[in-house]
Design a protein around this ligand. Structure first.
Ligand code: PGA
Length: 261
């Protein structure tokens, strides 16, 4: 965490929750969440977005989609445009998640198109990048994340950088119970920030939030978040339990020493 960047915690619900379950989950989060200094966004499945956005109206918690189309409108069966998301009260979208890159074969180039199109439409974006275990073992982790960044930001102008949050999610850590060590996460985040500094400028790069994702839970969050370039987390499994998600949000605020009696 760095004082100049507002911490961010996202809850990626993946393909979980009915509307009723989602509304109950956000109500429980709202009633327990006491960290106004942290930006919190939940990412429910598409059919729940409108209901969750309504349930969160007047609260400080935002709503995002788990994906967005690179197209504006037309014959694109199954896709959802940025305008449709905005119309349903959705302000954010995730792109480049490994479950889409690796699970569905989405290319770096497609991520670039989605990022540019969605930013133009006015969404705020979480861009996921991260290497597989084979790529890490071959010493290529930084090359892979830099390649993914280069393709994603290819058309994104300097003025839109502030609307993007980057999530470093090593593929081998997602849903596996294995987390990157805090040092490895810090090294990856620093290298992402350096890349942003060379693509844009170092001052703008210092303002970009970079989240860690991959098996974050209430026990390991504070250690990961204590690293200077780790500005919060993108949370999968642990975001489906209100109490655990709220503890992860609380871990973005460094513990104050208790007053001496
Ligand atoms: P996980 O998922 O926390 O369940 O590992 C993280 C993510 O996929 O964003």
């Amino acid at each position: 965490m760095h004082a100049m960047r507002r911490p961010f915690v996202g809850g990626n619900w993946k393909m979980n929750t009915t509307r009723a379950e989602g509304v109950a989950l956000v109500r429980a989060i709202v009633s327990a969440q006491r960290m106004p200094g942290c930006e919190v966004v939940v990412f429910p499945p598409f059919p729940s977005l409108h209901a969750i956005a309504e349930a969160l109206e007047g609260t400080s918690i935002g709503v995002g989609a788990q994906d967005v189309s690179a197209q504006r409108a037309g014959a694109f069966t199954g896709q959802v445009s940025a305008e449709m998301l905005l119309d349903s009260g959705t302000k954010w979208a995730i792109i480049g998640h490994s479950e889409r890159r690796h699970g569905l074969g989405e290319s770096d180039e497609l991520c670039g198109k989605k990022l540019n199109r969605a930013l133009e439409a006015g969404l705020r974006m979480v861009l996921c990048v991260g290497e597989t275990w084979e790529e890490r073992s071959a010493g290529r982790a930084h090359d892979v994340t830099h390649r993914q960044l280069a393709a994603a930001f290819v058309q994104v102008g300097f003025e839109r950088l502030a609307s993007v949050v980057v999530a470093y999610e090593p593929v081998w850590a997602i849903g596996t119970g294995k987390t990157a060590s805090a040092q490895d996460a810090q090294e990856a985040h620093r290298s992402i920030r350096k890349w942003l500094g060379s693509r844009y400028d170092s001052r703008s790069a210092e303002g970009v939030r970079i989240l860690y994702g991959g098996s974050v839970n209430a026990s390991n969050a504070a250690t990961l978040f204590s690293e200077p370039d780790v500005d919060g987390g993108l949370i999968g499994g642990a975001s489906l339990k209100a109490a655990e998600f709220v503890s992860i949000i609380a871990a973005t605020q460094p513990a104050r020493p208790s007053p001496k009696s």
